[in-house]
Design a protein around this ligand. Structure first.
Ligand code: ATP
Ligand code: MG
Length: 387
């Protein structure tokens, strides 16, 4: 098949330097139907031809049919080990607001379940009544990084086991974890415990955390899949991680995308001579925290700030620059601007200060204003041919 350039300029000249485009963080914006996904697919096709490594976090499944890609689909051949999530991240994913007592208990419950899964090797909760503190501490000390996994569906039952207290009579023994249940406290938390139990057995969370093979296909932990892809020299240099199974559960998708971005950054940092990698997220505004205080702990923001040092760049698409917090917008050097309806949207990008602010409103689908290497071009992106 003859090679197809990425785009044609208004002057009829081809623009094909896609590596320059993704060498820096690239923001693709435009109203719905203006061509963002088509442009991203065309970019990915050209990057494939150039053997450039690209990792697509696909929250909608739109990149499922991208050819010549390594593909992981959550719930089919991929899962996420819950041990990768901190207590805070787990609460965010479950949309749970817990008070300090229950957060502490959740932390202890996760440790108890890690002991059950990795040391005792049983799929039952840890009954702590009558267990000597010394024995429990010894088990905790054995929990290394290798023993992160646990059974999340047991969390609510394990939380009940965390509410234990010493006897109130002469049989009291302070060398034990506890001798009786704190029934009143358990009753007070019962609603929250029920919510946790229900969420953990809901379809979305079973899909997310369940490592059991389905339809005869082995499932791979997404962190492991990412690490292997980044560190190994396979011939296919595009990885698509399809998270569409979580489509109706935005908070969980947001946490997973943030975690994967952090992990990708960590994997690149670990490489002695990292190869250039471009991460791609479509409709990214949906996956950014709404609370600006959380921005600095978000993986997308961390990659924007620190990725370039380890040759990791980000390509984000979103409908309007105004969807993104200003601190995040300012991290993009390169811009590809499809049709934007209002001049305020263009004005939100600092690079556009000398431009005709109404220009972006007159673009047809597939046309774009391209800002790359400090030069402005008007281009028409060439729709990638499927092969
Ligand atoms: N480069 C192009 N050449 C020709 N047609 C195009 C091009 N880009 C987009 N189109 C047309 O516009 C339609 C919408 O494009 P696309 O799905 O890429 O938009 P989008 O900005 O991703 O929309 P959304 O915000 O709804 O996801 C395409 O189905 C196609 O018909
Ligand atoms: Mg789209």
């Amino acid at each position: 098949m003859p090679k197809q350039e990425f785009a044609i300029g208004q002057d009829g000249q081809a623009f094909d330097d896609v590596q320059a485009l993704v060498q820096r963080h690239l923001l693709i914006v435009g109203q719905t139907g203006s061509g963002k996904t088509t442009t991203t697919l065309a970019l990915l096709h050209r990057l494939q031809e150039l053997n450039h490594t690209a990792i697509v976090l696909d929250p909608t499944g739109e990149y499922r049919h991208l050819s010549h890609a390594v593909r992981y689909q959550l719930g089919i051949n991929a899962y996420l080990d819950p041990g990768h999530l901190t207590v805070d991240q787990l609460c965010q994913a479950l949309s749970l607001k817990l008070g300090p007592v229950l957060r502490e208990k959740l932390h202890s419950a996760i440790n108890a379940l890690r002991i059950q899964q990795n040391l005792v090797q049983t799929a039952q909760p840890y009954v702590k009544l009558g267990v000597p503190i010394r024995d429990y501490q010894r088990q905790l000390e054995q929990l290394g990084d290798w023993a992160r996994s646990y059974q999340p569906r047991l969390l609510a039952r394990q939380l009940v086991e965390e509410f234990i207290i010493p006897c109130t009579d002469e049989k009291v023994d302070y060398s034990l974890l506890g001798q009786d249940y704190a029934r009143q406290q358990i009753s007070q938390c019962w609603d929250t415990l029920t919510t946790i139990r229900e969420r953990m057995v809901s379809r979305e969370f079973r899909i997310l955390f369940d490592p059991d093979p389905q339809r005869g296909q082995v499932k791979t932990d997404l962190f492991f899949a990412l690490k292997m892809f980044v560190s190994q020299h396979t011939s296919r240099r595009t990885l698509v991680i399809d998270l569409s199974a979580l489509r109706r559960f935005g908070p969980a998708q947001r946490v997973v995308i943030s975690l994967l971005m952090k992990q990708l950054l960590a994997d690149q940092i670990q490489q002695v001579r990292p190869r250039p990698v471009t991460a791609v997220i479509d409709e990214a505004h949906r996956y950014l925290p709404t609370d600006l205080h959380d921005l600095s702990t978000n993986g997308i923001f961390q990659v924007l700030r620190e990725g370039r040092k380890v040759r990791l760049s980000l390509t984000l698409t979103t409908q309007s620059p105004l969807d993104l917090p200003a601190r995040l917008r300012s991290q993009f050097t390169n811009l590809l601007i499809h049709q934007l309806t209002t001049p305020e949207e263009l004005a939100a990008l600092s690079q556009t200060s000398n431009w005709d602010r109404t220009r972006a409103a007159r673009l047809d689908p597939g046309e774009a204003l391209l800002w790359c290497q400090h030069r402005l071009k008007v281009i028409r992106v060439q729709q990638a041919q499927r092969c």
